[in-house]
Design a protein around this ligand. Sequence first.
Ligand SMILES: NC(=O)c1ccc[n+]([C@@H]2O[C@H](COP(=O)([O-])OP(=O)(O)OC[C@H]3O[C@@H](n4cnc5c(N)ncnc54)[C@H](O)[C@@H]3O)[C@@H](O)[C@H]2O)c1
Length: 440
Amino acid sequence: MSELHQLKERIARRDYTVAVIGMGYVGLPLVLRFGEVGFRVLGFDIDPAKVKQLNDGVSYIEHVATDRVSRLIAGKRFEASTDVERLGEADAVIICVPTPLTAHREPDLQYVEKTTDAVAAVLRRGQLICLESTTYPGTTDEVVLPRLLAKGLRVGQDFFVAFSPEREDPGNRQYGTSTIPKVVGGVTPNCLELACTLYSQAVDRVVPVPSTKVAEATKILENVYRAVNIALVNELKIAFERMGIDVWDVIEAAKTKPFGFQAFYPGPGLGGHCIPIDPFYLTWKAREYGVATRFIELAGEINSSMPSHVVQKVMEALNARGKALKGARVLVLGAAYKRDTDDPRESPGLEILERLLAKEARAEYSDPHIRRLPIGRRHKLDLASVPLTEASLRSLDAAVLVTDHSAFPYDLIHRAVPLIVDTRNAFRSRGLQGAHVVPA
Ligand SMILES: NC(=O)c1ccc[n+]([C@@H]2O[C@H](COP(=O)([O-])OP(=O)(O)OC[C@H]3O[C@@H](n4cnc5c(N)ncnc54)[C@H](O)[C@@H]3O)[C@@H](O)[C@H]2O)c1
């Protein structure tokens, strides 16, 4: 029996250990899913606090239920570790580490490089290494593979390498890890076959593609598509506003077209780990080929100007009421980048807060999912979420709705706050209107 065939049989028998590196928004749900379908699973992270919490049976991500972690820990099927030497215990190693941008907006692959080096140090026959982190086309071939080949083993025969882009959508109740189709590209046909066999145990639909580059480019296309379409509606929002047309009314009407149109919505700017960042991975790589990615640059320019547009709106609305922004009590509603999640990464709410504070507004924030702002790479705001009471809301000069969390008491806010700048159409869509609700 060939080695590939034996590995596939071991996957089918669950005599196979799956390790995931990076226990974040992507890696944690994935490792749990493999555990839940019967594999022994190992989760690796450099953050000892996360590892301890997981080994105590606790989830630290709001939408990942703690009992999913505790069940696997109690059944001794899941263990978290900071000790990368233990990667040798795994038959498959899936890499889900961050891929941010540097201060010069270039790909920062240090996390991928470090984890690949750690895998290379323990690489053995039969192992499958799969990268999931979003990155530019060519990363698996040019960055991951050479490090692994240094061990002297043959790819596609002795060990296997694949790329499968993560498509996690935190907070989405309709689609989760098992129901989102998984695109997989292999370095060789054997790599593709083994990776597809493994993923098909955990997800309903696996989509094999001709190469790792196609798989990498697929994820970039998905995110560029969102960035460009969001920029388009953000631009139209400003143009229509000048014409006295509400862009939300226009989108609702256009949405009724049963073909050729997909609704995207304007907002306070892009957030999260993916859409503001990933397109620039492609921009950087395209430069190597002498190609300018103008759509991406333009979308980035429009989307990144949105927080300042929102602050301008707050300033104008206060001015119209005879007030200055300087010294005004302004509450930012929502620090997460996305509704009903606890993820503040790249959130436009943080930039809006910083801009308000820079203009000497007495700005604070409230977010039921984020009690205290973490000190991030870009934002260093040392603030805690303020509770929403009738009295505290009445004492404000303005509130800016940045994230339309379901948990906000919209009726109370609408009744108590004298001026609401709404970037999400959250009040009007709930039938809460009035001269004190200003779209932005
Ligand atoms: N969050 C999403 O919705 C989403 C969706 C699709 C794709 N992605 C992509 O998936 C990748 C991971 O994103 P995420 O949101 O899970 O990030 P995250 O920051 O939530 O998690 C990454 C984890 O990796 C750990 N880590 C960093 N370096 C490490 C190392 N050397 N060894 C072990 N662990 C290490 C960090 O401590 C962290 O816990 C990124 O490339 C991202 O673009 C994210």
